[in-house]
Structure formats: structure tokens, C-alpha cells
Design a protein around this ligand. Structure first.
Ligand code: NCD
Length: 309
């Protein structure tokens, strides 16, 4: 049984194996072939926070592999009657073979995994981690650059509360990336993450200047300022709209540079970027399907054949 709570749960070779499996599953993800590898399996999707891509791509992944999905959200469930997460997980364990959970509290995914015997995948725990997003991010990077090794990756925006960047920076550092962390002072990457990265030998620098980081970048990973995590709305207003990328900002970029974003975007990437060769964020969102297929198969101990037919 394998949970996925943080990127520490996967070795580099396991990550590469998951990406290779996802590549083999691409025709299934696109609906070109039907491979019911997960027929008879039920996924419990537990979203205690809003989601479009994560929830739908897990659902699409499960269904395209012949599995079933049951959903719980905080609206319309007994959570609003005061049921504890522990009790909720006991029910989910009886109704499904695997659970995906998104929760506003950091640590909630680990807590849920400890409460049950079925595998649990963390789909975002507060400002903590978002490892399944990291897998699709790495898939997108490898698809564009042919490698995960030694890339120059610039992470921009809300690095304090942005859980996608917490998981991604750890993973990229392990593949030898040079990381440039761009944020306003109040939204810097948490100290303990930066010191973990540097203690492990990571090449990490911090700055507030996005424009100065564009020309050397292989990947620019934009993020949304996480309004919902600010204790005080005035603090949000001070930093809202601080980074806005437009197509003309990219004139000095390397031809192979890709712009990524976990989405949703607010105003940090102008729609003018969409038509440039650099825009990778919509393909990135699609890549949630094959990568989550690979993760579901892995956690359910279902072997994906070398040639998927
Ligand atoms: C992200 C999240 O929920 O952390 N979205 C996603 O899963 N694609 C990023 C965000 O909400 O800004």
C-alpha cells in the first residue's frame, strides 16, 4: 500500500518510473484507447477545498481506466454536522479502495493516511504540500526539455503559501536544478524549506525581480497569490497583482523556455502569453490525467503493461 503525502515518499527512480508509466498511458488519457486496468476499483475523492483540475483530472483518470469515483465535499456532507476527519475517513475506507484528499489544514493528509488502511494521496494540505501536482509538473518539464536534470527553474509569486512550489522545489533540487525564488518579501519561501534545500546542496537564490530572471530561465513557474490563506485581507491587497507577465516580457527569453502555472491564474499571466510558444500551462493541466493514472495504478498495485493496448 503506498500513500503519497510529500515528495519524500518517492525516490528519484520511483519518480522517473511514474513519469514513464504516465507516458505509456497518454493514449488512454486522451481517450484514444480504453484500457480498463482499474475496473472494479473505487476512488473516494474528498475535497474540503475548492478544486477544478485536481478533482476532475483524478476523476477522468479513474474513469478512463474503467474505475469508479465517489465524491465528498464539505458542502452536502456530514462534515457540516461536525463529523471529525477521523470518522469521515473510517467511512471512506469502507466505501472505496483509495482516497484522494484536499484539506485546508496542513498535515491533514498525513493524519488521514494514518487513520485508515487504504492508500491516501495528498491533493493539497493547506499551505503544506501538493505532491501529485509536482508529478504532473515534472512530467510537463520532462516533456518539453527531455530531461529533469540541471535545469534553471524560476519560481514566481506566493512562495510562502503556495503548496505547489513547496513540493516542486524539493523534487527539482533532487534532480540538480538551479532554483531562483522570486517573491515579495512577505511571501518568501518558508525559511525551513530554503534551509532544507541549501543543506541538501541545492543551488538556490532569492530575489524580488522577475524581469531579471527571464533570460536565463528554462522554466518559469508562475503562481497565484493565495488570497484564502492570508490572515488579514489588507495584507493580501498590498501584494495582489505584484507580478504580471505579458508576452512582451518574454522577448529576451530562451526559445525553449516554458511558462508554467498550476492554475487557476488571476492576473499573473496576461492572456497575451497564451499565444506564445512558451505557454505550457494548459498542456500542464491536461498532464494531470496521465500522471494521476500512473499514481492510482501504483498505489493500487496494478501493473501497467509495457505496451498499453
Ligand atoms: C493549486 C492548489 O490548489 O494548490 N491548484 C491546483 O491544484 N492546480 C494552485 C492554486 O490554487 O493557486
Amino acid at each position: 500500500m503506498s500513500d503519497l503525502i510529500t515528495m519524500d515518499d518517492l525516490s528519484n527512480s520511483e519518480i522517473v518510473e511514474i513519469l514513464d508509466t504516465a507516458t505509456r498511458l497518454l493514449p488512454v488519457a486522451k481517450g484514444e484507447i480504453y484500457a480498463p486496468l482499474l475496473a472494479g476499483k473505487v476512488l473516494g475523492n474528498l475535497f474540503f477545498e475548492n478544486s477544478t483540475r485536481t478533482r476532475m483530472s483524478f476523476e477522468s483518470a479513474m474513469k478512463r481506466l474503467g474505475g469508479e469515483v465517489i465524491n465528498l465535499s464539505s458542502i452536502g456532507s456530514s462534515v457540516s454536522k461536525g463529523e471529525t476527519l477521523y470518522d469521515t475517513m473510517q467511512m471512506v475506507q469502507g466505501y472505496s479502495d483509495i482516497a484522494v484528499i484536499r484539506h485546508p489544514n496542513q498535515g491533514a493528509a498525513q493524519y488521514s493516511a494514518d487513520a485508515v488502511d487504504i492508500p491516501v494521496l495528498n491533493a493539497g494540505d493547506g499551505a503544506g504540500n501538493h505532491p501529485t501536482q509536482t508529478i504532473l509538473d515534472l512530467f510537463t518539464i520532462r516533456q518539453s526539455h527531455g530531461t529533469l536534470e540541471d535545469l534553471n527553474v524560476v519560481l514566481v509569486g506566493d512562495l510562502r503559501y503556495g503548496r505547489t512550489t513547496h513540493s516542486l522545489s524539493h523534487a527539482l533540487m533532487r534532480f540538480g536544478a538551479k532554483l531562483t525564488l522570486i517573491s515579495p518579501k512577505g511571501l518568501r519561501m518558508p525559511e525551513e524549506i530554503v534551509s532544507d534545500l541549501t543543506a541538501a546542496g541545492g543551488d538556490v537564490s532569492e530575489s524580488e525581480d522577475m524581469a531579471g530572471a527571464i533570460s536565463d530561465a528554462d522554466v518559469i513557474y508562475m503562481t497565484r497569490i493565495q488570497k484564502e490563506r492570508f490572515p488579514d485581507e489588507d495584507e493580501y491587497i498590498k501584494v495582489a497583482g505584484i507580478y504580471k507577465m505579458t508576452a512582451s516580457d518574454l522577448s529576451g527569453a530562451k526559445g525553449s523556455m516554458i511558462v508554467m502555472h498550476p492554475l487557476p491564474r488571476v492576473d499573473e499571466i496576461d492572456p497575451s502569453v497564451d499565444a506564445t510558444k512558451h505557454a505550457a500551462y494548459f498542456d500542464q493541466a491536461f498532464n494531470g490525467v496521465p500522471t494521476r493514472m500512473a499514481l492510482l495504478c501504483r498505489s493500487l498495485d496494478v501493473k501497467v503493461p509495457k505496451k498499453v493496448k
